[in-house]
Ligand binder design. Sequence first.
Ligand code: ATP
Ligand code: MN
Length: 478
Amino acid sequence: MSTHSSIAQLIADQPTGTTVHVAGWVRTFRNNQFIALSDGSCQKTLQVVVDRDNLSEDVLKRITTGAAVTASGELIESQGRGQTIELKATEVEVVGDSNPEKYLLQPKKHSMEFMREVAHLRPRTNTFGAVLRIRHGVSMAIHQFFDERGFFYLHSPIITASDAEGAGETFQVTTLPLNDVPKTDDGEVDFKEDFFGKATNLTVSGQLEGELGALALSKIYTFGPTFRAENSNTTRHLAEFWMIEPEIAFADLKDDMDLAEDMLKYVVKYVMDRFPDELEFLEKRLLDEEKNKPVNKRSPMPLREKMAFILANDFQRLTYTEAIDILRNSKPNKKKKFQFPIDAWGADLQSEHERYLVEKHFKKPVILTDYPAEIKAFYMRMNDDGKTVAAMDILFPGIGEIVGGSQREERLDILLDRMKAFDIHPEEMEWFLDTRRYGSCKHAGFGLGFERLVLFVTGMQNIRDVIPFPRYPGSAEF
Ligand code: ATP
Ligand code: MN
């Protein structure tokens, strides 16, 4: 049997009365007669009704959870409940056996922690199938959004000699023998001997290269893997994650915020339009999960309502300074409920503060702008007040920061001063500074954490569960 139809196609077209071929994996085999067959093409399984009289005992025994099976027969309207069509199979072949005793994914509810241990098999489950299909949809939506608006996809390098944030926390890339590292006369590692002739690392951001692209093609975006060796064992951080970084020339912070808000809404709408079955499933899953949580820890809206709410409302825009005032006078601050109390202007906001603003105070996505220069990166544009920069962070309910962006400092002298303040050596970034020397112009961009967006549109609770094979401290399995 060489050509077969996907279950998604059969459910969409409903070609009842015709002979069809299908191929997939057995979810369950009920009453020695009904196979729930999944090929991963959609949320639903296809009911395959086997003809017991024409099937050997041996084949019947081999139809077990996890086995790969092909089947053919007539597609008919279903007699049973829960599905509209079913396959009346005249032929069933087990092409890949499973082992009902040893197969790790027994048809029952598993914890997310267990699923991470069997991440090689979890794509076969309802939950991860839904997440992975939506994850694909989110990336398609992002490409489509930018393409429709005349942006070019720029591939920024993964191996780089610069650390865009000046923050450290990078993974080094080297071919030097670790047990016999060449040293210079003053005892330092001699990176001249290394593959690239200098110290290199995996990129933490494609932004600097993105700026080079934007100052030539006007509108670009990057979309690639990003690596941070931060030891953050949180539900929002991965060591390897994907980032989307658009960069636009002749644009300011307002253009940047408008672009980000439009993009987020575009993606949310795309997922709602394309993945109704997945969302229905994930929403129910989340509601079940939350029954075990105390009432005040539950999300105030079911998944699809939360998504519709994003589409219906403008994001709340306010400055860091305004946010500090709100936080300073907030109940949790006065009652000393914050782990990090807010007293003075200049404090970095922690996720407890961000979540207060989004979930308690405004009850919608928030864009915070104009942060103190000291707590933001060197390349952000200095405002006229001389103490804040044209930065913006977008904060989402249940997630916290989803986007971080800014208008860039396009004035060479000010940029050089800022680099000095951050102890960044200009001679190592001459190539970057050239954009400010030749045809500099105002420009802006942002970074969107891809997995954080997938978290939002799937209602999953841990970022490790929205990437096929998560990398985090102590784990690089599969
Ligand atoms: P956070 O404060 O949450 O650590 P950040 O300020 O380090 O974020 P940026 O450097 O601005 O984040 O990166 C841009 C975006 O990339 C963030 O808004 C977030 O969505 C995402 N992001 C940052 N770090 C991670 C990570 N370790 N894992 C997954 N996504 C991340
Ligand atoms: Mn971070």
